[in-house]
Design a protein around this ligand. Sequence first.
Ligand code: FES
Ligand code: FES
Length: 217
Amino acid sequence: MLELTRLISAFHRRGVLGGSLAAIAFAVLGSAAFTAKKRKGENDGASPQARSHASSKTLEKVNLRLKVNNQIYDIQTDSRSSLLDALRENIDLTGTKKGCDHGQCGACTVHIDGKRVLSCLSFAVMAEDKSVITIEGLQQSDGSLHPVQQAFIDNDAFQCGYCTPGQIMSAVSCIEEGHAANDEDIREYMSGNLCRCAAYPNIVAAINQAKTQMKRV
Ligand code: FES
Ligand code: FES
């Protein structure tokens, strides 16, 4: 310890180190003691396979009956599964997109009981006994496109198309809610749906076209 104290004061005299005592001790003693301590906290001795097995045992699977696009699906999924993951992974309806998975982009928008929701922020179990509509279920009963879908095509309201299913689901709600009276309102009530291709002017034009066809402004 006497040697360590001498070394520290030597460093100070030379102005080599201005850091903390811990930094000095690390420089002098080497990393062995510090890394050993870190490893002790990181690794409890279990192999990755054993740890993975242990964590999978803690997953709770639940049986769910979901009504999506007027069809019944019985699925088994993790109780913590988002509605977005259940739609895409369990039901194979991949039209609903995963963008941020954090409620910030709107790509995952679907309708539950007629209201737009972000499916990445909704637990699948919360959709039981409710009616979920996705982009795949938006077409008319005769198979023709929904007026908003047709308007997006007519107005070139997309480029890469990744945000488009969410934009269309939100646009339908925007019109049905009565929030499409003018361009300013449309921009405001569509502001939760981001488009990295910046197709915004065309999206507003598409909504203006569709609202006259839906006659619900
Ligand atoms: S994926 Fe849900 S808001 Fe972005
Ligand atoms: S069309 Fe590409 S992100 Fe919107």
